[in-house]
Design a binder for this molecule. Sequence first.
Ligand SMILES: [Fe+2]
Length: 271
Amino acid sequence: MSLEAINLSPRVGAEIKADVETLVGGEFSSEIRDLLENRGVIVFRQINLTDEQQVAFTRTLGTIVDEGENYIYKVTMDPEVTATAEYLKGAFYWHIDGTMQNVPVLASLLSGRRLSPTGGQTEFSNTYAAYDDLPQDDKEEIASLEVVHSLAATQFYVKPEPTYAELQEWQRKGTNTLPLVWTHRSGRKSLVIGSTASHVVGMTFEKSQALLVRLRDWATQPQFVYRHEWSVGDLVIWDNTGTMHRALHYDLDSGRMMHRTKLQGEEPFAT
Ligand SMILES: [Fe+2]
């Protein structure tokens, strides 16, 4: 038996049709890993995994991250369920998870459990394809640039006018300097940008801002983006090392609930 996969657009996204037993059995784990790296996003429509099945499937693909309850982290804006709900509002802006660490998570797996009646789609941008298609002049200009990432940078999108105390709280999380172009062990290159990118090292504020906005704008053009329209029971996996993602706005009181598992990172941004 082979895996049935179809591309969702020319440059990003694939859909796999498989039954739960096959996925949890792990028979196709290396094919799925390869597809994930090549396509950025894999969709399993209305597969309706239980939490236990999601955890078991995640384990077939790598090392599961221990977070949430029994490895399931509940993505919800309800602070009674998830204490860090406030920070999740940063997810409405293009970002890569884990830019404050040197080894970002490899991938996230998200199950749609309860949806908002409007909005709440998740968009993914293929940052390998976006790099590959850059004009040669741009590739040369950015080849050795470094970018400072911070939690504060992303929080300014959510709360543009923080109190001094709030700013200090954000700044306590520190900064992380990363290459703008990530050369992966495979030799492939991707852009490391998004809402956590504060500024380019050694550039004026104006030039730095112009470059970061221009690259984000470039990378989120339609040909590099897959937008997932959720149905309850869908499972979506994305390669966090070769994509950016964001959620489209939805009613924060809608009760939207996603169950997430994560795969531990295997490769640092820079060696
Ligand atoms: Fe995220």
